[in-house]
Ligand binder design. Structure first.
Ligand SMILES: [Zn+2]
Length: 124
């Protein structure tokens, strides 16, 4: 037996606009409000969407570059600290030949640069 769609009302957290949300099963008001916010086109909701997308992009980059879970976590914390302006810029020296620099430019874009300080060289 298919569950019947329920009509609920959710409220955008930014502009207060309400909208009908159709769901299967029960959701808390908090969840419905989050869904309404995600679907809203107001400036605040769009800004949050952009922030989330940015966060996901940063997360993906870091997880790819630092497969070691603990190190990835540390890097993400440093990135947060640059994002919220706790630090203006962070430079971390890793594995003696790798340097990670994190900073924000004047347009508020976050930069993460991973630089190797030693060339790969073989003499045989
Ligand atoms: Zn809104």
């Amino acid at each position: 037996m298919a569950e019947k769609e329920k009509k609920n009302i959710g409220t955008c957290a930014y502009c207060g606009q309400t909208r009908v949300i159709e769901t299967l099963g029960d959701f808390t008001q908090k969840e419905l409000d989050r869904m309404a916010t995600e679907r809203c086109l107001c400036q605040g909701a769009q800004e949050e969407k952009r922030k989330k997308a940015r966060k996901a992009k940063i997360n993906e980059f870091i997880r790819k570059k630092f497969p070691h879970e603990k190190l990835a976590g540390e890097m993400l914390e440093l990135i947060d600290a640059v994002e919220d302006d706790t630090f203006e810029e962070v430079t971390v020296k890793l594995y003696k030949d790798k340097i990670v620099k994190i900073w924000k430019d004047s347009d508020n874009f976050l930069h993460i640069r991973i630089k190797r300080t030693e060339d790969d060289e073989l003499k045989a």
